[in-house]
Design a protein around this ligand. Structure first.
Ligand code: COA
Length: 164
């Protein structure tokens, strides 16, 4: 599909920074697939079903965004979906090396697939998923870090089912 893009990630869990990126991409492309990696290099806290569910809850109001899990190589998923644009976020200079390596590897594997980089709002540039997990696990307030509808489910998971 010509005007579609894939925004891939682990989303363990999705944060306001990820959401900001999705919103920006949904304003540029006709359709955005948020692709949740079933297995990533990281050991995840949330199962893939939970990460997909959180991403769906967060993006419910964005009509041109769909959330799908994927396994295997990202480029194979992109080919399968007939999409040749990948969107990734660069929050700070420190993201660059990792993203550069990933984009060039994907390009080597699949020359027809391009990676586009967007910058999330600067207010979210320091947020990451592991910090959110750590705060929630210790009973801290995550409202400033994740979309409003995800606060309860993330807290319940991180605190072993206990509500505050
Ligand atoms: N806002 C907030 N946080 C962000 C962010 C943003 N806009 N962009 C990245 N992050 C953070 C995440 O919270 C996460 O933090 P954490 O390390 O504390 O958990 C980290 O940056 C990166 O996470 P994410 O954006 O979810 O991406 P990822 O690097 O986990 O995703 C895949 C990597 C899944 C896209 C990649 O491993 C992949 O494609 N895997 C499939 C296998 C494959 O094809 N491999 C070859 C690829 S070269």
């Amino acid at each position: 599909m010509r005007h579609s893009a894939i925004y891939p990630g682990t989303f363990d869990p999705l944060t306001l920074g990820h959401y900001d990126l999705i919103e920006r991409a949904s304003g540029i492309f006709d359709r955005v697939i948020v692709a949740v990696a079933e297995h990533s290099r990281k050991k995840t806290l949330f199962t893939v079903a939970e990460r997909v569910d959180l991403a769906r809850r967060a993006t419910r109001k964005l009509p041109n965004v769909v959330v799908k899990p994927f396994r295997g190589l990202l480029i194979d998923f992109a080919r399968d979906q007939k999409i040749h644009v990948l969107v990734r976020g660069i929050r700070a200079f420190s993201d660059f090396e990792y993203e550069f390596q990933m984009a060039l590897t994907n390009r080597k594997l699949a020359p027809g697939i391009e990676t586009l980089f967007l910058m999330p709002k600067e207010a979210y540039s320091y947020i990451n998923s592991s910090t959110v997990r750590e705060i929630a696990e210790r009973g801290g307030d995550i409202r400033g870090f994740v979309p409003a509808g995800l606060v309860g489910p993330i807290q319940r998971k991180c605190r072993g089912g206990r509500d505050r």
